[in-house]
Design a protein around this ligand. Structure first.
Ligand code: GDP
Ligand code: IMO
Ligand code: MG
Length: 430
């Protein structure tokens, strides 16, 4: 029974959109089970294979492979409409339903969560907005922790759904009418679609903890795919400008029921520069030409909301923090090609604030604002690298940049992205 464990955990190391989807897809041929364990349809994971582009919001990025199991863990918040739209699209492409398993304990994002997300953002007003994706993520996790949530298992039992939704909606309608001056939601308008979603999702529901336990014990290759990233973590990120789940490595255990010692490797996905969508501190953001150029060259527009991403340089203290938090064993460095033709490449190695030098990532939000980055500038390169297949084929300055990152973060860079396609990846032994 007990083969050698083979469980990879892949996490974003910055503020999301590092290219996690591409890396999962690229590693996928060797994977047996793909798992999402936290977050919801706020994620946008892009996979480009043979010129075909697919953006996954809820489903694991391994869904394009045939015959492999894809799991949605209990830590997720699942918007049933989004789930059904995404699965239907894939089934129309010929994917097999049988290999998708959904935890009965995942929470359901209801329409009132999406409404509350928007109303709360509006109420926060200028200067306090988080810049959420509007997907109802925060309000759904609030309900989970206040024990007023609906789980997938509630959705698929019409009687339980009716009973729980009755009192949940009463409370929500008090909030809508009294706090936000909105009309109340009629029960049937919420219940009837929810009941139908339950019917449609029921065939996928399974004991994912037991399935994963068996897969791990048999030595199957399990790939846990994080959404968002360490600096958006509810506990360890730039609170309150974070998402509402545990996005760093620890979330993989609560979000699946696997144990910490099941893990064999943590892969941190690091973009070769930095981007952020939404509000919050971003010390290395570049408001000048370089930021514009990174956005244009990197196609830095949100995969979920289409918003332009804020762009800037690599931030070493932030990444050191992220490596520690995640226990990163290896780095997948993405979008190195975007730095081609950028001239000198700036890297932040410390910060200054009020004349004081700070060399570690400050977790105090009062310190985080208005940090002045201290940069080192590395020489750039102009040669196109999008067809490079080996590290040695990269221009010397690109190689030096990779080595610099490895030295600063004391973590080996095992994959290097040189283009958006699955094949545009230099594999240094993963
Ligand atoms: P995720 O949320 O971490 O999966 O990342 P997104 O999909 O939101 O954003 C990453 C974007 O960069 C997508 O458009 C990818 O197709 C693209 N991408 C990923 N890796 C590379 C790379 O190495 N080079 C280039 N040029 N694009 C990449
Ligand atoms: P992937 O998985 C980048 C950001 C939002 C906002 C904050 C809170 O594609 O990397 P939320 O809707 O989660 O309550 O928004 O988090 N955010 C992301 N930023 N990539 C993501 O996912 C994100 N998911 C949420 O922009 O600042
Ligand atoms: Mg994304």
């Amino acid at each position: 029974m007990s083969g050698k464990k083979n469980v990879d955990l892949l996490v974003g190391a910055q503020w999301g959109d590092e290219g996690k989807g591409k890396v999962v897809d690229m590693l996928g041929s060797d994977v047996d089970v793909f798992v999402r364990f936290q977050g919801g349809a706020n994620a946008g994971h892009t996979v480009i294979s043979d010129g075909q582009k697919v953006v996954f919001h809820l489903l694991p990025s391994g869904m394009l492979y045939s015959g492999k199991l894809c799991v949605l863990g209990n830590g997720l918040v699942i918007d049933p409409e989004q789930f059904l739209a995404e699965t239907n699209e894939l089934f129309q492409r010929g994917q097999d339903k049988a290999r998708l398993a959904v935890s009965p304990h995942a929470h359901v994002v209801m329409p009132y969560h999406r409404m509350l997300d928007k109303l709360q953002e509006e109420a926060r007003g200028k200067g306090r907005k988080i810049g959420t994706t509007g997907r109802g993520i925060g309000p759904c996790y609030v309900d989970k922790y206040s024990r007023s949530g609906l789980r997938i298992e509630d959705l698929i039992d019409p009687d339980v759904l009716r009973e729980r939704l009755t009192y949940i909606l009463e409370e929500k309608n008090q909030i809508f009418t009294k706090l936000y001056n909105q009309k109340p939601l009629p029960f049937d308008e919420v219940y009837e679609p929810a009941r139908k979603w339950g019917e449609a999702i029921a065939p996928y529901v399974d004991d994912i903890r037991a399935i994963l336990r068996k897969a791990v014990d048999e030595g199957q290759h399990v790939l846990l795919e994080g959404a968002q990233a360490a600096l958006l973590d509810i506990d360890h990120g730039t609170y309150p400008y974070v998402t509402s789940s545990s996005t760093s490595a620890a979330g993989a255990f609560t979000g699946t029921g696997l144990a910490p010692n099941d893990l064999t490797r943590v892969i941190a996905v690091v973009k070769a520069y930095t981007t952020r969508v939404g509000e919050g501190a971003f010390p290395t953001e570049d408001f000048e030409e370089a930021g514009e150029k990174l956005r244009a060259n990197g196609g830095e527009f949100g995969a979920t909301t289409g918003r332009p991403r804020r762009c800037g340089w690599l931030d070493i203290p932030a990444l050191k923090y992220s490596m520690e938090l995640n226990g990163a064993d290896v780095i997948a460095l993405t979008k190195l090609d975007v730095l081609t033709g950028m001239g000198g490449i700036k890297v932040c190695v410390a910060y200054e604030k009020d004349g004081e030098k700070i060399s570690t990532w400050p977790t105090d939000y009062r310190v985080l604002d208005n940090l002045k980055p201290v940069y080192e500038t590395l020489p750039g390169w102009d040669d196109d690298i999008t067809n490079c297949k080996t590290f040695e084929e990269l221009p010397a300055n690109a190689q030096s940049y990779v080595k610099y990152i490895e030295e600063k973060l004391k973590t080996p860079v095992m994959l290097i992205g040189v283009g958006a396609d699955r094949n545009q990846t230099i594999n240094r032994g993963m």
